[in-house]
Design a protein. Structure first.
Length: 264
């Protein structure tokens, strides 16, 4: 039976240790000193094991988790670039009470953690309701059908297991897509059915809205150039435009950029 590489490596390291102690004994000719050295080394072995398993392993686990979260945020960013922002823009314009918390969501470059906390609190208090009709549902259906393969690829990404809230939002998006596809026509729907679809749309509005706010905070902290575009295309701002007008805001002198574009 072929041994695993870990076992082969262990045998090799033990043989090397035996060889080193044998050479020490043959060259120095002091068996007592060799025995004492072996015992001293064996005494420190549990401490070495503790150091490797509890400290180094923990550091490696933290680093691996950060890398997974980085990949996850890339996936979330792709979702908003491809369809999430457009869906939020459409749904927020059909929210009759959006003015109650719109001002709290106009993210700016000088925002701090407290500002994001206040925006999150405003979202928690807001009652997400959308007055969509057949025309708006048709626009949503167009987006969802067009991006169907894209959403399937997102679900296949294993990093989504790291982020339950985003997975839940994506599941809600899939549900609405299926609901809309099962109807031959979205015009002149019964009021009861229309209310049901409005509830599905409101669920998406609420879930991806919260994900959008978290993602904006991540961009501000890690990728200022992506954050700049996200601010200019804020789906909750009816006057938002990607075109830069007026005087350019001065960059913070304390902001350092890496080669990859991340801030330090």
């Amino acid at each position: 039976m072929r041994l695993k590489w870990e076992i082969r490596l262990g045998i090799l390291l033990v043989c090397i240790s035996i060889l080193i102690y044998t050479l020490k004994f043959l060259l120095l000719g002091d068996p007592l000193n060799t025995y004492l050295y072996v015992m001293n080394s064996a005494g420190f072995l549990p401490i070495n094991v503790l150091f490797v398993t509890l400290i180094i392993n923990q550091l490696l686990a933290v680093r691996a988790r950060r890398e997974r979260l980085e990949k996850l945020n890339m996936v979330i960013g792709t979702f908003f670039s491809e369809m999430g922002t457009d869906m939020l823009k459409l749904l927020s314009r059909q929210d009759r009470s959006v003015d109650e918390f719109r001002q709290a969501l106009l993210v700016r470059s000088e925002w701090t953690k407290d500002d994001y906390a206040r925006a999150a609190s405003a979202m928690e208090k807001h009652r997400f309701e959308v007055e969509v009709d057949g025309m708006h549902l048709s626009l949503l259906k167009e987006i969802l059908v067009k991006k169907g393969n894209f959403m399937l690829r997102l679900l296949e990404n294993p990093v989504l297991l790291e982020h339950g809230p985003f997975t839940e939002a994506l599941r809600a998006v899939f549900h609405l897509k299926e609901e809309l596809e099962r109807r031959e026509s979205l015009e002149a729907l019964p009021e009861m059915d229309l209310q049901h679809l409005r509830g599905d749309a409101a669920r998406i509005y609420s879930l991806i809205g919260r994900q959008w706010l978290d993602y904006m905070q991540y961009l501000q902290r890690s990728y200022p150039y992506l954050f700049s575009l996200a601010v200019r295309t804020n789906p909750f701002d009816p006057s938002a435009s990607a075109v830069i007008e007026g005087r350019q805001e001065p960059r913070s002198p304390s902001l350092k950029m890496t080669a990859s574009g991340r801030s330090e």
